[in-house]
Every structure is written in structure tokens, then in C-alpha cells.
Design a protein around this ligand. Structure first.
Ligand code: 5CA
Ligand code: ZN
Length: 419
């Protein structure tokens, strides 16, 4: 499936080597818990970012997550790497089917509508599209093949439930289990219950075992398979999607912080057992965006939507700037004032890049590269451009090329189009 409209990324002038910039992009990864270079020294970086469950419109929390990995994509490209990027769409899962049933809408129609909205939001925000945009319903055969690969490990079984003997995987038996999240068993059980797991289901061999194939229930979509008619579990969807496009040991798996456990740990457990190789080399997680004192979430209904802001007249580049004003790893709360402040910043930057001349772009570009390669420090990058644009608006500098060069750097590294 084509993801969304491609975005042209301008090239920015090279900075002289006297400006020392780290060669590699580094992140504070969840698995290493320290600043770690991510991506190869040269060649192609592989990135898998967990996509939406399309039952409600894209909110600013989702947008913040995809924007974060867009910054990583841009930083890698700027550092001279090619990037292979895959993203899934969880277009068959409990919350989607429950919402469809509750509202009397066909689940497929609901999913397609929401996928459409998501794509137009991503286009408006100038997020570079993934190379593969993969609905779960399009890879059922890949899931079945992966389960077959897992089954030879002896870690796959049918739950003791005569009515619904669904298929499970003995997650906690996987080599290296826990190395991504660093959680102890008690914390894992709590997180599992909170994020789509079923620790209390009778008939499982271990509370942390995860569903890999759910047998058909009346009124639910189902596909024929060697495991019986049914549909995939959640983690196996992402494991199959990533492995079959990026291979094993790809560079980064990303998503919001709510996916660190169980989702990413369990994807990795399945992939490691099926292939004997590591899944992602690094895991990166984005802080939760809140509204009115709670995490913004579809289930709570406390949402601010990209599409609503844009329909109400917001410049999508101001929405992007408002999000970029927060470092990706922290939790933060959305307020309407942040959009006003971002619009004022955007106006100032646009006025500055329209000037005939300004102070040199060379140190500005070096500082932007340095800050973005250092754990995607977007708030500091914004301050770098603020300083340059204030100087230009105060009449400083004689460099006629500087305004165009700063505009190109803001676009290439931050995705903020100023022209
Ligand atoms: N389909 C699964 C991933 S395979 C899923 O979690 N879908 S989602 O629609 O619930 O979330 C999509 C992405 O947005 C995930 O990476 C999730 O971690 C992230 N996300 C959800 N809510 C927030 C929030 N409030 N702040 C930041 N990121 C969020
Ligand atoms: Zn996922």
C-alpha cells in the first residue's frame, strides 16, 4: 500500500570540517538506557515504527510519535545514509472491532476512513512516508509462516479452553527476554494487563504468554489457515511485518513509550525464537502527550486532532513547530497557547528567510546538525534558528546566501517548510 505523498527534502550546504559535528546519529535507547549511536557508519539504516490502530482520528500524541521518527529519518539521511522504513497498520484488532460494533459501522469502512485521515495528516505535517506501509490484513500468510517457524521451538501451544483453543507463545522463555524493557516480572505483569495483554486468562501455561492466533468468534473477521480459521495476535503482526521487509538485526524499532512493554519486548521474543537472530538492535520510545491531566488516548476520548486544528485554520507547519518544541523522550501536555506561540515563531522565521541578507548560515547549520544528532534535540534546534532569525530581523549580517541556506536546513532537518 502506498503510504502517503512523498515530500521533497532539500540538500543543505556542507559545513566546513572546522565545525566539529558527530558523524553518527545517537539516541538514548530504551535497551541501552544511554546515548548510543544508531544506524550503520555507512550504507542503509533500517527502521520499523509501529503504526496506528485505525479506529479513531490521528491525535497529537500519534503525530508526535511519527514526527519523532521522521526526525530520525531526516538526521540519518543528512548523515549520508540511505533509510529503509517500514510501518504497519493494525487494521484488525479488538479495539477497532469493538468500536465498529458499538457504532454500527462496518469495521473495514471504519479502518479505511481512519487510515485516509491519518495519511492526509501525515502529508500536511510533511512526514516522510515509509517505504512499506503494511496493513495487518495484507500479511496474514506471513503471520502463519512465522508461527510455523516458531512452532518448531516447542514454545507454541493451544490454550486449555475447549470452546476457544487459541494459539499462544511462551514469551518469557525466549533468549534475552527482558533486555529491551529491563522490567522485573511483577512490573511486566502490570504492564501486560494495562496494554492489551491477558495475564489472567485461564488455561495459559504462564501469565506472560502472548496470543499469536485467535480462532474465529461469531461476527469477527477471520482467515483460513493451518492453525484454524482466525486472525493474528498483535505482536506477531509487527514481528512478521518487520522481519520480512527489514530482515533481522535492523537498526531501530520505534513507537510511543506505551509500546516498550509488552509490545516491543514480545515482538522481539517471537522474532528471536523464530530466526535465532536479534530483532531490532535498538528500541526508541516517545513520551506520552497528554491533555487535561491524562494521556491523550482514543479510549479516554481526550483528544486534540491534527485535522481539527488544520480545519480550524492552523498552519500545519505551526502544528509541527508546536510539537517540535518538546523533546521526544519527555511526557508533556498540549495546550492551545502552544499553537499561538508556534505560529509567532513561524512568522518570525519566515520573515527572516525572506530577508535579502543575514548572518552566516554555516555555524547555524553545524549547530542544527549537532543538536539533532544528539538524541534528536529539537527544542535546542528551534532555539538555534530563533537566535539566527532574531539577528537577521535586527538587521545583522551581510551574507546574501544565508537566508536560503537556513531555510533549506530547517526544511531538511526539521521538516519545517518556510518558503
Ligand atoms: N497499532 C499499534 C502499534 S502496532 C498502536 O499502538 N496503535 S495506536 O494507534 O494506539 O498508536 C499509534 C502510535 O502512537 C504508537 O506508536 C503509540 O505508542 C503512539 N501513541 C499513542 N498515544 C500516544 C500519546 N498520547 N502520545 C504519544 N504517542 C502516542
Ligand atoms: Zn507494533
Amino acid at each position: 500500500m502506498r503510504a502517503w505523498s512523498a515530500v521533497e527534502v532539500p540538500t543543505i550546504p556542507a559545513t566546513p570540517s572546522s565545525y566539529r559535528i558527530p558523524e553518527r546519529v545517537s539516541l538514548v535507547t530504551t535497551n541501552d538506557r544511554a546515548l548510543t549511536p544508531v544506524g550503520p557508519e555507512q550504507g542503509t539504516a533500517g527502521m520499523y515504527v509501529c503504526g496506528i490502530t485505525p479506529y479513531d482520528a490521528t491525535h497529537l500524541g500519534h503525530a508526535f510519535t511519527y514526527l519523532t521518527f521522521d526526525l530520525l529519518n531526516r538526521a540519518w539521511r543528512d548523515a549520508g545514509l540511505d533509510v529503509e522504513y517500514a510501518q504497519n497498520v493494525t487494521d484488525v484488532d479488538d479495539p477497532l472491532l469493538e468500536r465498529a460494533a458499538a457504532t454500527g459501522v462496518d469495521w473495514r469502512e471504519l479502518a479505511d476512513d481512519q487510515i485516509g485521515l491519518f495519511r492526509s495528516d501525515m502529508t500536511a505535517l510533511r512526514v516522510l512516508p515509509p517505504d512499506w506501509y503494511v496493513p495487518a490484513t495484507s500479511i496474514i500468510h506471513e503471520v502463519i509462516d512465522l508461527v510455523a517457524g516458531l512452532a518448531s521451538s516447542g514454545l507454541v501451544y493451544q490454550v486449555e479452553d475447549p470452546e476457544h483453543p487459541d494459539w499462544y507463545f511462551r514469551t518469557a522463555q525466549a533468549p534475552g527476554f527482558g533486555a529491551e524493557s529491563h522490567l522485573g516480572r511483577e512490573a511486566m505483569l502490570l504492564e501486560f494487563a494495562e496494554h492489551g495483554g491477558d495475564p489472567d486468562r485461564p488455561g495459559k501455561k504462564d501469565a506472560l504468554d502472548c496470543l499469536i492466533w485467535r480462532l474465529e468468534r461469531p461476527g469477527e473477521p477471520a482467515w483460513d489457515s493451518s492453525l484454524g480459521r482466525g486472525r493474528p495476535g498483535w505482536h506477531i503482526e509487527c514481528a512478521a511485518t518487520a522481519l520480512n521487509r527489514l530482515g533481522t538485526a535492523f537498526d531501530v524499532q520505534g513507537g510511543g513509550r506505551d509500546l516498550a512493554f509488552p509490545h516491543h519486548e514480545m515482538c522481539a521474543a517471537e522474532a528471536v525464537v523464530a530466526t535465532g537472530e536479534p530483532f531490532a538492535r535498538a528500541y526508541a520510545h516517545v513520551g506520552m502527550v497528554g491533555l487535561d491531566g491524562e494521556k491523550m488516548s482514543k479510549s479516554l476520548g481526550n483528544l486534540e486532532l491534527v485535522s481539527r486544528l488544520v480545519d480550524a485554520g492552523a498552519d500545519p507547519m505551526a502544528v509541527r513547530l508546536a510539537l517540535l518544541n518538546h523533546h521526544y523522550r519527555g511526557d508533556w501536555e498540549w495546550t492551545a497557547e502552544q499553537l499561538g506561540a508556534a505560529q509567532r515563531r513561524l512568522d518570525a522565521w519566515r520573515a527572516a528567510v525572506r530577508a535579502d541578507r543575514g548572518t552566516s548560515a554555516v555555524p547555524v547549520i553545524a549547530d542544527l546538525r549537532r543538536t539533532m544528532r544528539n538524541d534528536l534535540d529539537a527544542p535546542t534546534a528551534l532555539a538555534v534558528i530563533d537566535e539566527w532569525s532574531s539577528a537577521v530581523l535586527a538587521g545583522d549580517g551581510q551574507d546574501e546566501e544565508a537566508p536560503g541556506q537556513v531555510a533549506a536546513a530547517a526544511d531538511a532537518l526539521l521538516g519545517v517548510e518556510l518558503a
